[in-house]
Design a protein around this ligand. Sequence first.
Ligand code: ASP
Length: 590
Amino acid sequence: MYRSHNCGELRMDHVGQDVVLSGWVQSNRDFGGLTFIDLRDRYGITQVVFNMDDDAALCEEARKLGREFVVKVEGSVRERSNKNPNRATGNIEIEVKKLDILNASKTPPFTIEEDTDGGEELRMKYRYLDLRRNNTQNNIIFRSQVGIETRKYLSAKSFVEIETPFLIKSTPEGARDFVVPSRMNPGEFYALPQSPQTFKQVLMVSGFDKYFQIVKCFRDEDLRADRQPEFTQIDCEMSFVTREDILNTFEGLTKHLFKTCINEELPDFPRMSYDDAMRLYGSDKPDLRFDMQFVELNDIAKGKDFPVFNDAELVVGINAKACADAYSNKDIKKLTEWMQRPQIGAKGLVYVKYNADGSFKSSIGKFYDDNDFKAWADKFGAEPGDMMLILSGETDKVRKQLNELRLEMGSRLNLIKAGDFKPLWVLDFPLLEWDEDAERFHAMHHPFTAPKKADEERMLNGDFETMKSLKADAYDLVINGSEIGGGSIRIHDRALQEKNFKLLGFTQEEAEEQFGFLLGAFEYGAPPHGGLAFGFDRICAVMKGQSSIRDFIAFPKNNQGRDMMIDAPSKIDNTQLDELNLELNLPEKE
Ligand code: ASP
């Protein structure tokens, strides 16, 4: 027998019992007469003690145990004289009578403790050791629990879990595909799915009615901080539903996950249109854990002598509470420079301090008087002591910039409370996005998203300008400023789908070549349907109040898309290339 109990289990009730524990040596402290070992497994840490007076040979052996040795100990549970209130097993220890070394270990390259001294790359290379740390391990266990609760909830609602293929056809829409050469079909390639979108729609045509899958998706994007080339979605689709049915079902799922996995009771989710989200927060994923809504000033700030505002499409700002005194000229200069970095690209930043004595101080004080500023303050709901921060310029750009400033001020002013969750449905996204450079439309969500019913007619018959104003029956779930999921009601009619492909710049042949199966399926009784997908890694991270999805993926890739442990991607040998009928054509190395 390797163990009667695990390393997180023993309490005062067990005192006097003989037990067997197995685990890893986290630390070894030798005090001459006594040697203390912290023994760790998935469940926790238990202190085990070797006493020179009781068994000198055993104690000698224990002294030699290095970190991460795997051992089995037999002994009896006793009360600790020096209790550790921070540890679940901190009231007891094991007085060891027998020790078996199950396996030795080299000294690990970093400490296997909550706060490790290992850098990120090193920990990724030795991921098996990083995953041995209780906190990393708990994240992965948490993820498993979220998956299980997802399956419970959805299967109770009659969803069917169906696998869709990983080797599919490459399509140019969306992100770049990862491709896989086909040995049996020389010169031809599969692509790994960016999502099972078209398959789940076909399943609706087949009549499955409610589908879900916890599924890997692959996107060959340039990797931004919190992106992974392969990630997991909770992917869902339903037939004979309206947007309302979908929002209710998945609001229910989200509440269920928060309740069962972190014991958090979420209130009903508020809803906001995409237009309002952009107007009030400059973002389609506003963080509602703090207020600081945008206030537009066009009507009162323009038409005076300040040309910058007069020439701007939009003058808009936020009110930073109680910052008038806290921000010196130097602080404001620094903040302005922060806004002018290329990542944000603001031209400048105007401040108006509403001083405690009711007077105003501003960088544009010579263009406006106190009466003007008072009117602004009223619009902001500002009080003496506050500072208004104002940007101006082209609407879309300025809103994006002010969004960055709002998030920065929210964090500087400590407005975000740990453990606070603020979900939000964002609705009514634009259907199409005009790309000035490429002179073409892109689908804001994806090419299968339906316009809102009221816009269908305009979509089929409207002119170019009309297309820019079409709204989609698409929705996103946002929690704490993170996009957790998104989806839409789909087009289920061949003519409308063909029209959409045309607007997106597909020729009829291209549409047929790439999506003929779907257009075909729509001709055989496609039911009205819609769905969404949740970012599974992301929802786990958000629920745990963490920013990185990597911590919730057992074997993540680094910023260059490399798996550091197995060292992939890697070259393949010439025989493999020949079999695949591939020839490499790499640029000469200098
Ligand atoms: N397939 C979509 C995505 O990956 C989600 C959906 O529309 O259901 O974003």
